[in-house]
Write a protein that binds this ligand. Structure first.
Ligand SMILES: C[S@@+](CC[C@H](N)C(=O)[O-])C[C@H]1O[C@@H](n2cnc3c(N)ncnc32)[C@H](O)[C@@H]1O
Length: 212
């Protein structure tokens, strides 16, 4: 039934409008700019919702999915009262829940994994960075832990992995939350330091272009 509904033209857009989202949001804008048939990575995958979107919209030749799917308790994420991201503070079965989410993502991409179009890397971004050569990626999307130290580290570790003319992009820019807009601070500092880097921001999405 759900599958049949998905095939009705315009229904997806109508649902998004009903939910108060613009028909094409900032992520669509960003993914529209990423090269079709590219080699890319998403850092911070969780349930794979955004990864599906990347597959559908960008149609990459190869998508690497990087996430430890590890349950964490505060104060790891410095949560403010009454708020904690969906991927921590899940209670005593937290790791079982994260294991199940990892398995669900594996299932979601089973066809693409078999076809060699998706590779999953279960680990923190700094642990798996050695899996990739310098200049390997056309673009990378950062959407893991939006704290300053994590974004700064990912920009520094993964920027060399992107080819000249490629992009390192991500979410959580100019966004207030338990992370106190630390993503913007890390991105702005990184762009200010790098020669010839250009930054484009659309709502909370950022795109840093590496010069040719
Ligand atoms: C906001 S969720 C990702 C949501 C996903 N991008 C989407 O929009 O569907 C954040 C994820 O980042 C992961 N994560 C946290 N720190 C990480 C790190 N250093 N490297 C890779 N993944 C990390 C968490 O396990 C969690 O699954």
């Amino acid at each position: 039934m759900k599958e049949a509904l998905k095939r009705i033209p315009g229904l997806r857009m109508a649902v998004r409008l009903l939910k108060g989202q613009s028909a094409r949001d900032a992520r669509d804008y960003l993914f529209d700019r990423m090269p079709k048939g590219s080699v890319c990575a998403e850092i911070g995958v969780h349930k794979g919702q955004c990864s599906r979107r990347i597959m559908g919209q960008v149609k990459p030749r190869l998508l690497h999915l990087i996430d430890p799917w590890e349950h964490k308790e505060p104060p790891y994420n410095k949560p403010v009262p009454n708020y904690c991201p969906e991927w921590c503070e899940l209670g005593e079965n937290g790791q079982l829940i994260m294991d199940a989410r990892y398995e669900a993502v594996k299932k979601l991409f089973a066809r693409e994994i078999t076809a060699g179009r998706v590779v999953m890397h279960r680990g923190y971004s700094n642990e798996v960075v050695g899996d990739f050569d310098n200049g390997y990626f056309d673009w990378i999307y950062l959407d893991s832990n939006p704290l300053y130290d994590v974004i700064k580290q990912d920009l520094e570790l993964y920027y060399p992995k992107v080819k000249a003319g490629g992009f390192i992009a991500g979410d959580n820019y100019a966004m207030e939350g338990w992370w106190h807009n630390e993503a913007q601070k890390a991105v702005d500092e990184f762009v200010a330091k790098g020669a010839g880097l250009t930054l484009e921001v659309r709502e909370h999405q950022f795109m840093i272009k590496k010069p040719l």
